[in-house]
Design a protein around this ligand. Sequence first.
Ligand code: GLV
Ligand code: GLV
Length: 319
Amino acid sequence: MKPVVYVTRKIPDDVLQPYREVFNIRMWEKEDKPVPRDILLREAAKADGLLCLLTESVDKELLAAAKNLKVVANMAVGYDNIDVEAARSNGVVVTNTPDVLTETTADLTFALLMATARRVVEAADYIREGKWDYWSPYLLAGSDIHGKTIGIAGMGRIGEAVARRAKGFGMSIQYNNRSRKEKAEQELSAVYKNFTAMLQGSDFIVSLVPLTQKTAQMFDEEAFRNMKSSAIFVNVSRGGTVDEQALYDALTNGQIRAAGLDVFDQEPISPEHPLVGLQNVVCLPHIGSASEATRTKMLKLSLDNLKAVLDGEKAITPV
Ligand code: GLV
Ligand code: GLV
């Protein structure tokens, strides 16, 4: 009998088709929204493998209900939506999708950095709103990127890919990470700093740390106070790494200049979210890895991880 795999969102047929030969695939395809929790629990109870998204909470309750479950493939590099400890003690393998999304996410990080520095969204809106009456020397003048210092919090694969882009733009690179990255130090002249020194010395501060108990709200009131008043903050990891009230205050009282945010504490956010209303903020709906090619690679890697584990082999990218 083919193992049962539950897929929590409709994914394209041409991606899924080859796997139908090896799995009995069930899928939430009624609408492109998160699967209702009761249906997820019911389906998980019958599944040998689960392909889920960051919108699903794989917690003790789900793991207790999922008696046959052997593997959870999260279609994301971050896995703060999964209780990995509980999975481990239930003998469930958890996998994520590193590497395939590294360059795409670094591209988006740089897009946010440049959009905020050069006020790209505000400037495009300026025309759309019929405000462009004449040219002027300081019209929508922003900050330079070349020659400035970027501070990267979380020098993992994506952090290093951002650093390579920064080097290409003639920036100086500082970073903070749990461990030293000698290769990045040698090849990119990245300089290790403690967190506070990095905040104090950077023109752009980019959060790429995974969300854990240690990193929760690490960008708090004190962190923003340590930044330059000209600093631009970019978050492409998880909203939970930031105290959003402290960020709002820092942006409105001139403690920092601007922010580019792809992630939020509670997603999705509405147009009424306080940060959306600020002219010096660019908000995006968590699209860091959203290129067509990369999203397909993430789905295939998730499916290949399921196949490996359900075939009795080692997962390709276990967490
Ligand atoms: C997306 O946020 C991911 O973790 O891949
Ligand atoms: C983790 O987020 C990474 O940098 O790959």
